[in-house]
Design a protein around this ligand. Structure first.
Ligand code: HEC
Length: 167
C-alpha cells in the first residue's frame, strides 16, 4: 500500500515536473515569437520611414498645375525631358533641358540647390533655363519640386535624402 502510494506520489511529481518544463518551453517559444514579430515590425517601420516623402498630397496637386504651366514645355509633361540625350550639347552650345523624373541628375541636389536653380535659372553659367525668383512664390516652387519628385522611385528618393534631401 505504502509502496504504491510512493509510486503514485513519484508519478505525480514527475508529471508536475513535465508540466513545469512544458510551461517553460511554451514561455520561451512565446517570447521568441514575440521578439521575431517585434523585429519584423521594426524593419517595416524603417522602410516606411525611408520611403515617406516630405510633401503633402495638396502640395503635389498644386505642383501638377505649376509644373504644367511653367516647366512642362521644356522638361516634358511628366518631367521626362524632351531631348534624345540631355547630356549632348545643342547646336548653339547650350544643354537641352534635362529630365527631372529621376533618370538624370536632379536628385544629386538637395532641396536648397533645386530652389536656387529654379530661382536663378541657368543664365549665370551660360544656360537657357529662365529664372522664376519673381514669378513663382516659394510654395509654388516647392510644389513644382514635389511634382517632379513624385516620379522618382524609392531608391532614387532614398539616395536624394542621403545626399542632403530637404536641406
Ligand atoms: C525654357 C525652358 C525651361 C523652362 C521653362 C524650365 N526649365 Fe528647368 N532647365 C532648363 C534647362 C535648359 C536646364 C539645364 C540648365 C541650363 O542650361 O540652364 C534646366 C535645368 C533645371 C534643373 C536642374 C536639373 C539638374 O539635373 O541639375 C531643375 C531642377 C529645373 N530645371 C527645374 C525647372 C522647373 C521646376 C521649372 C518650372 C518652374 C523649369 N525648370 C522650367 C530649361 C527650362
Amino acid at each position: 500500500m505504502n509502496c504504491s502510494k510512493t509510486l503514485t506520489d513519484g508519478a505525480q511529481v514527475s508529471l508536475a515536473t513535465i508540466l513545469k518544463n512544458c510551461r517553460l518551453i511554451f514561455i520561451s517559444l512565446f517570447s521568441i515569437c514575440l521578439l521575431v514579430s517585434c523585429s519584423d515590425r521594426a524593419e517595416i517601420s524603417t522602410t516606411v520611414e525611408e520611403e515617406s516623402r516630405w510633401y503633402t498630397p495638396a502640395q503635389l496637386l498644386s505642383g501638377t498645375e505649376v509644373f504644367a504651366a511653367n516647366c512642362a514645355q521644356c522638361h516634358g509633361d511628366t518631367a521626362q525631358g524632351l531631348a534624345d540625350d540631355w547630356r549632348e550639347k545643342l547646336e548653339d552650345g547650350t544643354f537641352p533641358p534635362p529630365p527631372l523624373d529621376g533618370t538624370a541628375h536632379a536628385w544629386h541636389h538637395p532641396q536648397s540647390v533645386l530652389l536656387q536653380v529654379i530661382d536663378n535659372g541657368g543664365a549665370e553659367f551660360g544656360g537657357t533655363m529662365p529664372a522664376f525668383a519673381t514669378t513663382l512664390s516659394q510654395n509654388e516652387k516647392l510644389s513644382a519640386i514635389a511634382y517632379f519628385q513624385s516620379f522618382w522611385n524609392d531608391d532614387i528618393y532614398t539616395q536624394w535624402t542621403k545626399m542632403g534631401g530637404v536641406n
